[in-house]
Design a protein around this ligand. Structure first.
Ligand SMILES: Nc1ncnc2c1ncn2[C@@H]1O[C@H](COP(=O)(O)OP(=O)(O)OP(=O)(O)O)[C@@H](O)[C@H]1O
Length: 227
C-alpha cells in the first residue's frame, strides 16, 4: 500500500516564551500535527490552548523552540529567510480575525496587492483579483474602500486577497470572530465551497462549534498539546 505524503506535517513542536513574572511559559508542549492536501480541518480548543501559536508556526510566521515543520517533505524550520518569504507569499495564504485591509485602497486593489508584490503584471493581477472577488460575491463592490464595506464584506475581501495567489494552504485564524452568526455561517460556507472548487487545503482556528461540527475533521488542542 502506498502512503500519501502529508501536505504539511509538524513533529514535536514546542514553543516557550520567557515572561517577566511567570518565568518560562510553555505554550506548545510537543505538538504533532499533519494534514493531507485537499483537507479542511478545524482547530478548536479553549482560549490560551495554543491554537494561534501553532497556526503561526505552521505558516512560518513564528519559529518553534524545538520541532520540525515539513511542507511536502521540505523542512521549513531553520530554512533560509528568502525561501520562507517566498513560501509565505505564494504557498500559504493567511486570514486573521482582523482583516488588515489597507484603508486607502479599494477592494480590488487590496485583493491585487499580493500579486503586485510578486510582480505579476497589473492587467493580469486585476483580472485574477476581479474574478476571485466576483466568486466571493463582491463583484458589485470592486471600487469600494474597506470603510465602505460591511464586516462580512471586508472579511470576504481579505479572503479574496489570501486566495488571489492561489495558495496551496489557507491558514485562517478566527476569520469570523468579529462577525454576527449569520455572516459567519456564510463565510464558513464559502470556505468549504472554495476548498471543493479550488482544492485549496484549509486549516481554520475557530470557536464556532457549528462550523467545527460541519467539517470532516476537527483537531482539539488543550494546554499546548493536540489531544
Ligand atoms: N509572545 C508571548 N509571550 C508570552 N506568552 C505568550 C506569547 N504569545 C502567546 N503567549 C501565551 O501563549 C498561550 C497560547 O496563546 P495562543 O494565542 O496560541 O492561544 P489560542 O488557543 O489561540 O487562544 P485564543 O483562542 O484566545 O486566541 C497564551 O496563554 C498566551 O498568553
Amino acid at each position: 500500500m502506498t502512503e500519501t505524503r502529508p501536505l504539511i506535517e509538524a513533529h514535536g513542536i514546542t514553543k516557550d516564551y520567557w515572561h517577566e513574572s511567570k518565568g518560562l511559559v510553555q505554550v506548545l508542549r510537543g505538538v504533532d500535527f499533519a494534514m493531507q492536501a485537499g483537507e479542511v480541518v478545524a482547530l478548536v480548543g479553549k482560549s490560551g490552548a495554543g491554537k494561534s501559536t501553532l497556526l503561526h508556526v505552521l505558516g512560518t510566521l513564528d519559529e518553534p523552540t524545538t520541532g520540525t515543520v515539513c511542507f511536502e517533505g521540505e523542512e521549513l524550520v531553520g530554512a533560509d529567510e528568502l525561501r520562507l518569504a517566498d513560501f509565505r507569499s505564494s504557498t500559504v495564504g493567511f486570514v486573521f480575525q482582523s482583516h488588515y485591509l489597507l484603508p486607502e485602497f479599494s477592494a480590488l486593489e487590496n485583493a491585487m496587492m499580493p500579486l503586485l508584490v510578486r510582480r505579476v503584471h497589473r492587467d493580469e493581477a486585476t483580472e485574477v483579483a476581479r474574478k476571485i472577488l466576483e466568486r466571493v460575491g463582491l463583484g458589485h463592490r470592486l471600487d469600494h474602500k474597506p470603510s465602505e464595506l460591511s464586516g462580512g464584506e471586508q472579511q470576504r475581501v481579505a479572503l479574496a486577497r489570501a486566495l488571489a495567489p492561489r495558495p496551496r494552504l489557507l491558514l485562517a485564524d478566527e476569520p469570523t470572530g468579529n462577525l454576527d452568526a449569520k455572516t459567519a455561517a456564510a463565510i464558513h460556507e464559502l470556505l468549504v465551497e472554495l476548498n471543493r472548487e479550488l482544492g485549496i487545503s484549509c486549516l481554520v482556528v475557530t470557536h464556532n462549534e457549528a462550523l467545527a461540527r460541519e467539517l470532516p475533521r476537527c483537531v482539539e488542542m488543550r494546554d499546548g498539546l493536540v489531544v
